[in-house]
Design a protein around this ligand. Structure first.
Ligand code: PMP
Length: 394
């Protein structure tokens, strides 16, 4: 008989170290406030940057799509055919991102898994920032290409790695970086990366999961932020964060997307998202194209929260975006801090290893456009109270 206590033991160890992930059950939709255990708590955890997750227009679009298309796509698109609603989303996203074509996939995670092994093999080199998201790391693992991990946002180290890959005779060189790093909120030096890539004839792939809806004109993302249209070969996106729904995509040149439709395994072997999801995503993109009001509100909120937290003496890292890491370093402290916040009416999870390196535990605060100034003041007041209790601020 298999001894299942090995799993229980590991969970107990994680609990001792403050690394156990307590998954809360929500009794309400995503929004500024949530109901958990029958209590209203302020939500500082979700990636629902723009408040689209429970937006009426998106809900109505999803309901209409169910009436028109039913609930399931039938099978993978290469076999059962592709519904016009999926194609319409891809075309609209391509216009929004100012690229030639888009491939819609089931998640941002799968988009990374789809592209990386489809375009590289043992003859190639992948150059990946050391703090890239887990889905990039796993995507790289699925490829037989040689890996070169470069120091976080360090252009000189990337140049060194490109030099080495060139000397070792790599056929293709694929540079991969997160656009906005999800745990620290810092932004990749994409302009410099693109310049280096041109020099070494490398491909550039950027994961824009936390950049879209946040950076650039009307939240078009990191490529728009740096005005690098046409210079970044592959953009990975998610529809689960600022767009408020679920799904992922790859954006780029027509030749690349045509190739991925024939070669990317999550596209060829897994059924796409439902018509309801797809229609809600489409409505979110349309709403962003109509107005950037939510994006502006998001930045106002984030700037207000961050400046107040800094004034209080909290270490909020080097974030350049609404992601606000409240650095506590010790995982047990972070876990207890999060628990105290919850008792005071705030849902803000602690984040420890393996999501961040050992010794870099934090409460990651995710600000949203739907937070009111009152909500933010409530959060600041509670952080101040508990920060003093814990001796983290004076
Ligand atoms: N890339 C990055 C940088 C992310 O932060 C995430 C979400 N945690 C993903 C990809 C995965 O996106 P999704 O949730 O759509 O799978």
């Amino acid at each position: 008989m298999f001894d299942y206590s090995v799993f229980t033991k590991e969970i107990e160890e994680a609990k001792q170290k403050g690394l156990f992930i307590n998954i809360r059950t929500l009794e309400s939709p995503q929004g500024a406030w949530l109901t958990i255990d029958g209590r209203k708590v302020l939500n500082l955890c979700s990636n629902n940057y723009l408040g689209f997750a429970n937006e009426e227009r998106l809900k109505q679009a999803a309901i209409k799509a169910i009436e028109k298309w039913g609930v399931g796509p039938g099978a993978v698109r290469t076999i059962a055919g592709t519904m016009a609603i999926h194609v319409e989303l891809e075309k609209t996203l391509a216009a929004f991102k100012k690229v030639e074509d888009v491939l819609f996939l089931q998640s941002g995670f799968l988009a990374n898994q789809a592209v990386i092994p489809a375009i590289t093999d043992e003859r190639d080199a992948i150059l990946s920032d050391e703090l890239n998201h887990a889905s990039i790391i796993d995507g790289v693992r699925l490829s037989k290409a040689k890996r070169y991990i470069w120091k976080h946002r360090d252009i000189e180290d990337l140049a060194r790695a490109l030099e080495q890959a060139t000397k070792e005779g790599a056929r293709r060189k694929l540079i991969i970086t997160d656009g906005v790093f999800s745990m620290d909120g810092d932004i990749a030096p994409l302009k410099e990366i693109v310049e280096l890539a041109e020099r070494y004839d490398a491909l550039v792939m950027v994961d824009d999961a936390h950049g879209e809806g946040v950076l650039g004109e009307s939240g078009r993302g990191i490529v728009d932020h740096f005005n690098l249209h046409g210079k970044v070969d592959i953009e990975i996106g998610t529809l689960s964060k600022a767009f408020g729904v679920v799904g992922g995509y790859v954006a780029g040149r027509k030749e690349l997307i045509d190739y991925l439709r024939q070669k990317a395994r999550p596209f060829m072997f897994s059924t796409p998202l439902s018509p309801a999801d797809t229609a809600a995503c489409l409505e979110a993109v349309k709403m962003l194209m109509e107005s950037d009001e939510r994006v502006r509100r998001l930045w106002d909120n984030a700037n207000y929260f961050k400046s107040k937290m800094k004034e209080l003496g909290f270490d909020v890292g080097e974030s350049q975006t609404p992601i606000t890491p409240v650095m506590l370093y010790d995982a047990t402290v972070a876990s207890k801090f999060s628990q105290r916040l919850f008792e005071e009416g705030i849902f803000a999870q602690s984040i420890g290893y393996p999501l961040v390196p050992h010794g870099k535990a934090r409460i990651r605060v995710m600000i949203s456009a739907v937070h009111t100034k009152q909500d933010l003041d409530f959060a600041i007041e509670k952080f101040e109270k508990i920060g003093r209790e814990f001796g983290i601020i004076k």
